[in-house]
Design a protein around this ligand. Structure first.
Ligand code: NAD
Length: 477
């Protein structure tokens, strides 16, 4: 018996979890449950994280968490439990299979069977945001080499283990050359270790358009957190319904399995919710804990139920469906079909997959880091860049050289355009022409700024790593 933690969640959560647990039991899953309370009640009791220390203990000791959707109350500074669970437990890979069930569930894309692998821990979701001036706020996009390596390796290993043929990478490295550039670079490194798997890269905007238009051309697709959040919902929706997709969140130690939809408070307590997405989450979980034959049994019975036209109201359509059932009755129909296989759609076979090989990330030897200069971000209410440039040149001293001023990334000095719209947030780059600089020189520069009443809201050091410039140029530089 394998002990797992479960949470019934809010809204339709308890109904779809009960349906799922009944199917697991009937299929002979070797599971014991430790039930915890998370979500709305916990939030409203004054715990802004939505989860108690006891509940964390249960998840950390059982390491497997099957979670129904929860309601995050609006306002009041409540933290998203999903985001904190993923980050605290290091669940770096969010795996979202998106396939259509044509002709049984209506879809514009009858041939579609892709898996989106979304990085789950970093990117703009680090939640590091600041207001710097009256007019400008920032959100830091943090991308790490371990983050990229772990998720991209996961995508290739997933493809290999699940007999998939191609891994596609999405990034926006034509614009974000450092962050998305690193993601693409690591993809190019790791793909070489998997010559048997086809690979390709698309800029995320056209890639997303292609997914919406010709999803049948994609197999495994790997991307950063924000792109993955948006695009996996699109991909799930165009299969016919977000209500059919489960997802897994995988880490080195722990894993969480869930439906991708929310707690649907509008239909809670009416026995009409579709439990399929959580059932899919449970199937992913059974595969993860290597109870392959139970996973196959449930998935094939579920496919047969869908194929027999036995549908909940959200996917019911005259002509395609034969019966409209409630949540409980749908689960009964799946249970009745345990041991059967679909006849029109292919039956699944999970046992015998090559196990995934995911070694722990090993930190690389430090590289040679050289300080070349500094960007001072200045809050200034003026409008003529020549004026602020004059002040800054005065404090530059003999070695520091003001080389550039940008406003929201656009070069405005020297030789800017009058037409460029400027805010009160100026990025002023000091980059000595000959050789690098030192921290002492940067501190002197900041003292000079203080004396001249220049309001520096942030500094960013400019480095080269192993002799290679490691910062972006200003647009127009
Ligand atoms: P939602 O996914 O709950 O609902 C969107 C629409 O889809 C609703 O009309 C709903 O009735 C329908 N729907 C969703 N799941 C269904 C199912 N299984 N069967 C039939 N119909 C279904 O999204 P929302 O309304 O934006 O969010 C409601 C709450 O859920 C919010 O509090 C939100 O924070 C939370 N949420 C939780 C999770 C999670 O726990 N993983 C994810 C997303 C949203």
């Amino acid at each position: 018996m394998r002990k797992i933690t479960i949470a019934k969640g809010d809204g339709i959560g308890p109904e779809i979890m009960d349906a799922t647990l009944r199917i697991l039991k009937a299929a002979g899953a070797e599971l014991e449950y430790d039930e915890i309370e998370v979500g709305e009640k916990v939030y409203l009791s004054g715990n802004t994280s939505g989860i108690s220390d006891e509940a964390w203990k249960s998840i950390r000791s059982n390491k497997i968490f099957l979670k129904a959707p929860i309601t995050t109350p609006q306002g009041g500074g409540y933290k998203s439990l999903n985001v904190s669970t993923r980050k605290f437990l290091g669940l770096y890979a969010n795996v979202r299979p998106c396939r259509s069930y044509h002709p049984f569930v209506e879809t514009k894309h009858p041939v579609m069977d892709m898996v989106i692998i979304r990085e789950n821990e970093e990117d703009l979701y680090a939640g590091i945001e600041h207001q710097q001036t009256d007019e400008v706020v920032q959100c830091l996009k943090l991308i790490s080499r371990p983050g990229c390596e772990k998720i991209i390796r996961y995508a290739f290993e997933y493809a290999k283990s699940n007999n998939r043929k191609k891994v596609t990478c999405f990034s926006k490295d034509n614009i974000m050359k450092q962050t998305d550039g690193l993601f693409h670079e690591v993809f190019d490194e790791i793909k070489k270790e998997y010559p048997e798997i086809e690979n390709e890269h698309w800029i995320v905007d056209i890639g997303a358009a292609k997914i919406a238009d010709t999803p049948e051309k994609f197999d495994v697709v790997v991307m950063q957190n924000l792109y993955g959040d948006i695009i996996s919902d699109i991909a799930a929706q165009i299969t016919g319904s977000v209500g059919l997709a489960g997802s897994s969140n995988i880490g080195q130690e722990c894993a969480m399995f869930e439906a991708i939809h929310g707690s649907a408070p509008d239909i809670a307590g009416q026995n009409i919710a579709n439990p399929s997405a959580l059932i899919q989450g449970a199937v992913l979980m059974l595969n993860f804990i290597e109870q392959f034959s139970t996973a196959e049994k449930i998935q094939n019975a579920w496919l047969k139920t869908i194929e027999d036209g036995i549908h909940t109201v959200d996917i019911y359509s005259e002509g395609k469906s034969t019966k409209k059932l409630g949540t409980k009755e749908f689960a009964d129909a799946v249970i009745e079909r345990l041991g059967q296989e679909p006849t029109s759609m292919p039956a699944v076979k999970y046992a015998g997959n090559v196990p995934m090989n995911l070694p722990k990330y090993e930190r690389k030897a430090p590289r040679n880091k050289e300080l070349l200069g500094v960007d001072l971000f200045v809050h200034w209410h003026g409008t003529n860049p020549d004026e602020i440039a004059g002040k800054l040149q005065k404090i530059a001293g003999s070695n520091m050289n003001l080389s550039l001023i940008t406003n929201r990334g656009i070069k405005v000095w020297p030789n800017g355009f009058e037409e460029t719209f400027c805010t009160d947030h100026w990025r002023c780059r000091f980059l000595p022409e000959n050789g690098g600089t030192t921290n002492e020189e940067i501190i002197n520069l900041l003292s000079g700024a203080l004396n001249e009443k220049i309001d520096v809201v942030k500094t960013e050091n400019l480095y080269a790593f192993d002799g290679k410039r490691a910062f972006s140029l200003g647009q127009g530089q």
